[in-house]
Design a protein around this ligand. Sequence first.
Ligand SMILES: C=C(O[C@H]1C=CC=C(C(=O)O)[C@@H]1O)C(=O)O
Length: 397
Amino acid sequence: MKYHFSRALRDEDQTRLYCALDYFDTTAYFASADSKKELFGFGVLQQAMSPENLTGDVVFGGCAFDDQLIVNTQLMNGMWFVPKIFVTVYDRYIKFESNTVANFEEWLATFKKRETAQITIRGVTDEQDWLLRTEKLIDTLTTSDTLKKVVFGRQKQYQLSDALDISRLITALKTQKNAYRFILKQHQELFVSATPERLVKVMAGQLETAAVAGTVRRGTTISEDVALGQSLFNSAKNRQEHQYVVDNIFQKLQMVTTDLIVPKTPKLLSNKQVQHLYTPINGRIDPAYGVVDIMRRLHPTPALGGVPQEEAQHYIRLHEKKPRGLFAAPIGYYTANSSGEFIIGIRSMHVNQTTHLATLFAGAGIVSDSNAEQELQETNLKFEPMRQLLRDYTNGK
Ligand SMILES: C=C(O[C@H]1C=CC=C(C(=O)O)[C@@H]1O)C(=O)O
């Protein structure tokens, strides 16, 4: 018999819930970009590498970007689970559901802040030849009759002195404005993301997705910020890069939705470090499909893969240094009534809590008009949310 409990949120609840994430072997945390909604999953009732075969009131997890298996990791090959305990915080109201716990207040009271180690960064390893490989990619795009766009990824490794605490990570992640925050923990592994990109949300038959592609940095003054945004909006290269994504989403959704609304011009979406071109796309989902079907259908959009999809994915597989795992892949949750929300695991890192190795990810959409040096700078900016997180964490913030 399932135990349900709900009440208004108290000040100390969130801190305790964040601490609880460190106590369980497998956990998930999802925060909406407007910070109104936070979801927590604790402990495992069922688990699988893909979401389709699980049955539960709620399922959390992440898919791998493609089917390349990565050694020395379970999490990065895809992990989905039905939690033993499901907690929702929405608009300062808390809801608790569990099969295994029968008293919420007693349960919550057990979680306290732990003494955490002072962490230092011992070394950083980068892909030195990314610029060269991107120049080659631009040559390929210039001469190819078919390949139009490839989102090219890059990984950086940070050797840390100790394991990270999720409760401190969540607090430090709050500085990332307009970003969904997601943490998935399985045994000794964490995947952390502060992403601006929602792949799809389905609630009561209403579908919301968005094209997010085309990037420029933030200005240091308001007028510089506005001018940079305007230059992004007027950039033919960025508009093309963005349009590939809009067209692809439209084409993939038109058979499975009605009343699809696709604005003709993008808006600007500002995060802490970068601004993006952004086109929100909405419709009514055909009742024959659920949110997982739509996620499978949309992934990867040309914001993460490229155009044409198969050829771009083949290029990525051959020319990126390492498989992506959950980077640039759908992560999120869905419920038994086929509602749910999947975001894209960018502005992200994977942490091995035993070796203390953090791998940070960033990628950039490359087209024939791209400039490799500028794309390198763009990926540097896209590493920033996780670099800042590690900086804040190591500085004790
Ligand atoms: C692949 C990433 O960003 C994608 C999402 C938004 C904008 C992008 C761009 O402008 O290149 C990328 O397509 C990343 O942040 O690692």
